[in-house]
Ligand binder design. Structure first.
Ligand code: ZN
Ligand code: ZN
Length: 291
């Protein structure tokens, strides 16, 4: 099967032709994890997961939803709502049996202003992140973690803030599983996540030419070369980050094929064999039965 471990198929941007996109995914025999970013999109993720056998949902509040700022991404724009974490609401979603993960949560410096207002927003993100960790622990579900650096960051520093929180939490309360989604950090950071028991999700970004992307320590291809296959997940983050072949257009979950092809080439292996390994990783992380 083809695995998209992180997409937003419930977003408004698919409202006109979601059926067609789903048909295309079904024809390619896909596993989908549809990830919520606030209450409304978490509920919609659960609704979609209920309707299709191999579709699953992750529920939570994205770090940028916490601060009320206008967010413009590559192919869609929306206003984030300054949402708090409503535990009762998310518990009701978990009861449906469709929820396999908690998130997306994490830290995002890209969308917050510089200076004091930004510092306050960032501290709020940290509190929200810790609430998600406690909630994931309570329900024995893995975390889907999002990290993004500030616009003009010289080097990737936001990962350090995430490590600080995870390492402290793990020390106090023990490890929980998770995935660092759309990983764009360096080899050292990749290894640190793996040491913490995390998987790394790779998306369309790995298919972009290195030029223009800032990697502290070589390219993402080098990261893929240096970590075990057993820790890799494939994803799209659709509707964002279309792979190179489709860049400029709306991303759709089946485009994860491009990501799989890239990794198979780097690892010099057969695409079907790679898909089997990724599927097992997906099943392992999200506690689905193994192949
Ligand atoms: Zn994200
Ligand atoms: Zn996402």
């Amino acid at each position: 099967m083809l695995i998209d471990s992180h997409c937003h198929l419930q977003f408004q941007v698919y409202s006109e032709d979601r059926k067609e996109v789903i048909e295309k995914c079904l024809s390619k025999d896909m596993f989908l994890n549809i990830v919520g970013t606030q209450k409304d999109t978490s509920k919609k993720a659960v609704d979609l997961a209920s309707a299709y056998e191999n579709f699953y949902a992750t529920v939570g509040v994205h770090p940028i939803q916490h601060t009320a700022t206008a967010v413009i991404e590559e192919n869609t724009s929306f206003i984030s709502r300054g949402e708090e974490f409503d535990e009762d609401f998310f518990e009701d979603l978990i009861v449906t049996g469709q929820v396999i993960g908690i998130g997306e949560t994490g830290l995002d410096k890209y969308h917050i202003p510089e200076g004091e207002a930004g510092n306050i927003a960032f501290e709020k993100q940290k509190i929200l992140f810790k609430k998600h960790i406690a909630f994931a622990r309570k329900h024995n579900l893995p975390l889907i973690v999002h990290v993004r650096d500030a616009k003009n960051a010289e080097e990737s520093s936001t990962h350090e803030d995430v490590f600080e929180i995870l390492e402290e939490e793990w020390k106090e309360n023990g490890n929980i599983k998770g995935v660092l989604h759309c990983f764009t950090g360096n080899i050292e950071q990749a290894k640190r996540y793996i040491d913490l028991g995390f998987y790394l999700g790779f998306g369309g970004v790995i298919t972009y030419p290195n030029k223009g992307n800032k990697y502290v320590n070589g390219s993402l291809a080098d990261v893929i070369d240096s970590i075990p296959l057993e820790k890799i997940l494939t994803e799209t983050d659709a509707p964002y980050l279309s792979p190179k072949k489709y860049r400029g257009g709306r991303c759709e979950p089946w485009m994860v094929e491009e990501v799989v092809d890239f990794i198979a080439e780097r690892k010099e292996m057969d695409v079907d064999k790679l898909n089997d390994i990724i599927e097992n990783n997906f099943r392992e992380l999200f506690s689905l039965s193994l192949l």
